[in-house]
Design a binder for this molecule. Sequence first.
Ligand SMILES: [Mn+2]
Length: 315
Amino acid sequence: MPLTIHYHRDFDGICSAALLAWCLREHFGRSDLRWRGINYDRRRDWRAFGEGEEFAIVDFHFHPAAAYWFDHHPTTFLDEDLRAAYRESDRWRFDPSALSCPPVILRQARERWGTSPPERFDEIGRWSDRIDAARYPSVEDALFGDVPAYRLVRALTVAPHADWSDVLVERLIDRDLAETAGDPAIEKMHARACRNRDRALAEFPQTVLSTDAGVVLYDASSDRIRRERFAPFYHHPEAVYAVGVIPTRSGFHVTAGENPWNAPAVRANVGALCERFGGGGHAGVGGANPPSLEEAKRVAGEIAAALRRDVAAPR
Ligand SMILES: [Mn+2]
């Protein structure tokens, strides 16, 4: 029976799957490996996940039936029973202080398995830490930086189908970032992603509703508008927060976050604020999914107003 590596379908998840595949093949002698991306919609009926197969999970929720499991998300345990089932071992490792998942697996490989993955995986870990934690040195670097890791992240935004990331996993097992990103098909996807980015940056100003008190409030709910996550801070570097409405596959999402390059002097806890509107998140970034466009606009306005009061509050 093959062992399936289930990985979170984003850059650090893809890199984690490639690294674990390398370790299982080179150190444990496994040749019967496959890999599949997972997304958050799989959390429903989580206990039945992977029934009847041998599987690993990387960069995603803890599962007690996983033959191998590695993650860094503080929210990895879906309930207290699952948290109680976890023990650090030869097969499982959780490090919520890690900025991304590949370095967790690298430490496991060196400290517990006594194997040394090639240096290219250290390079991957340095970039995935920066990308997953959004620790870009500047908004220009985040938007226009041209290193191979960024090119792959951008190419992923125009992936032709959901399984396309499986191809990237396979390539990254034996190739470094530069060689992988230099593939002509990926170059072509990257060029398309750059055109999307440029259009999104050009379209952003018309979505802005207000910019008072260091908070950019925008409505990008129209499906004709292209979106770029860092556009608010590219156009408004002086802002400390951005709050917007964006469409999802099934409705509308309110997104709120700090400006990573101009953080507020005192943090408001955006996630806790979003929780009041049925959403959630972390201290710096959060969101909510109100049931209608009208509700989403109202919630975005209220979150922006609360953040403005917070910015203006005397300390
Ligand atoms: Mn991830």
